[in-house]
Ligand binder design. Structure first.
Ligand code: KE4
Length: 428
């Protein structure tokens, strides 16, 4: 007997949409139960079709640095929509957006807007291949760069969650050009570079990973990676779709003090609308059509609504850099509160946090790489997830994801979350 509206909607959705969802991680598959169909977000809260309120730590998987419906983004969108939705022609806001991104992120000399993080990473790889004339790429096990064929090799996020890190449908030929190294293990990179001397176009990395859960690159590892790419003329790509403007104004590259050759963005730069971007050294970006021969295009790339929402978000960051101090205080308060109640309930799980993104790994061992992350007890995570959900706390429905604090989360929200965590730990 289906009781809730979410259950009824989910059953109906499964008749028309694969798995009932338009993106796999939303389906609650790895934690079980019924995904909540959401009708509204406001500040730190979301509301489902059955009238339940949740404190939201997914934030649409990263975009909502300021919570749902911040007035400066809503106002920008309402103003923009009066002029229409899309023209398929250049607009001033696209120029302003490109200038603002390059002002906020020093490594960005030139940038191209696209419509998703996947498009951004796919295009960055193509630019690197076009620039170097080489074909192979190196990614890291457990990192997720979207669903482009050549990335779905030992990938993280949903691919890892569903236990299909290397997806069917990706041809052997395609996969052959993707080499996989171990995160935080520079010798695994050196080996691949030696074995494929002069054939590697790019190394792509989430320098602060969100997609095996949150794991930060060691300083020595990322600095050595930078020098290997410089010496070997390999394009170093930081995938900052999640970390861009999240972990710092200048992203992971700011806190790690390493300048990549190209960077990919998404999520926050669209203010919640569909967006992606890739950019970096001008000499590389110049290979992209129409200034160069490497083709990349998009009907809705630089869409005025996404640009106005994203510009409002980034302009707010530019004018209020103090938000990162606020996010740090809120996030460390939450981290320390959860650690306290883990101690008081005799749990010794691991919390990895970088700024306002963090993961609670259900393992007693520290998590600094993929092999440690996958030791987590995903079943226990699923139980904890539902205990928290029933107490009005909305965490990612998957162990191998990050969750996010926004500027909209209040001390009351954080205290309620800590109390819910204590009760949930006791119930495990
Ligand atoms: P999209 O194509 O989903 O916009 O971006 C792909 C992507 C690329 N790079 C990184 C580092 C990412 O985190 C993502 C997307 N992140 C996932 C969450 N782990 C999106 C959630 C989903 O797949 O529904």
């Amino acid at each position: 007997m289906l009781t809730s509206k979410s259950e009824k909607l989910f059953e109906e959705a499964k008749n028309y949409i694969p798995g009932g969802v338009n993106s796999p991680v939303r389906a609650f598959k790895s934690v079980g139960g019924t995904p909540r169909f959401i009708v509204k977000g406001n500040g730190s809260k979301i509301y489902d079709v059955d009238g339940n309120e949740y404190i939201d730590y997914i934030g649409s998987w990263g975009p909502h640095l300021f919570g749902h419906n911040p007035e400066f983004i809503t106002a920008a969108l309402l103003k923009a929509i009066e002029n229409g939705t899309s023209f398929g022609a250049p607009t001033e806001i696209e120029v302003e957006m490109a200038k603002l991104i390059s002002e906020l992120v020093p490594s960005i000399e030139m940038v191209r807007m696209v419509n998703s993080g996947t498009e951004a990473t796919m295009s960055a790889i193509r630019a690197a291949r076009g620039f170097t004339g080489r074909e192979k790429i190196i990614k890291f096990e457990g990192c997720y760069h979207g669903h482009g064929d050549f990335f779905l090799i030992k990938a993280g996020s949903g691919a890892l969650t569903f236990g299909v890190p290397t997806s069917p449908g990706v041809t052997k030929k395609n996969a052959a050009d993707t080499l996989v190294a171990d995160f935080n293990d520079i010798n695994s990179v050196k080996r691949l570079v030696q074995e494929n001397q002069g054939e590697i176009a790019a190394i792509i990395i989430e320098a602060v990973v969100g997609n095996m859960g949150t794991v930060r690159a060691n300083d020595s590892f990322i600095k050595e990676l930078r020098s290997i790419c410089t010496e070997e003329n390999i394009v170093l790509i930081f995938d900052e779709v999640m970390t861009g403007f999240r972990v710092a104004k200048g992203g992971a590259q700011e806190i790690l003090g390493v300048q990549p050759d190209l960077t990919t963005f998404g999520k926050i730069i669209g203010g919640g609308l569909p967006v992606g971007a890739y950019g970096g050294r001008k000499e590389i970006m110049q290979v992209i059509s129409p200034s160069g021969p490497v083709y990349q295009a998009g009907t809705l790339s630089g869409n005025p609504l996404a640009m106005n929402a994203g510009f409002a978000a980034l302009n707010h960051i530019k004018n209020h850099p103090e938000i990162y101090q606020t996010l740090e205080e809120k996030s460390s308060y939450l981290e320390n509160g959860i650690k306290e109640v883990m101690k008081s309930t005799g749990k010794n799980f691991q919390i990895n946090r970088v700024g306002s993104m963090m993961t609670l790994f259900f393992t007693s061992e520290p998590v600094a790489d993929y092999n440690a992350a996958i030791k987590s007890d995903t079943k226990l995570y699923g139980k904890f997830f539902h205990e928290m959900l029933n107490r009005g706390i909305y965490l990612p429905p998957a162990q191998f994801e990050a969750f996010f604090v926004s500027t909209a989360h209040t001390k009351e929200d954080l205290d309620k979350t800590i109390r819910a965590a204590e009760e949930s730990f006791r119930s495990l």
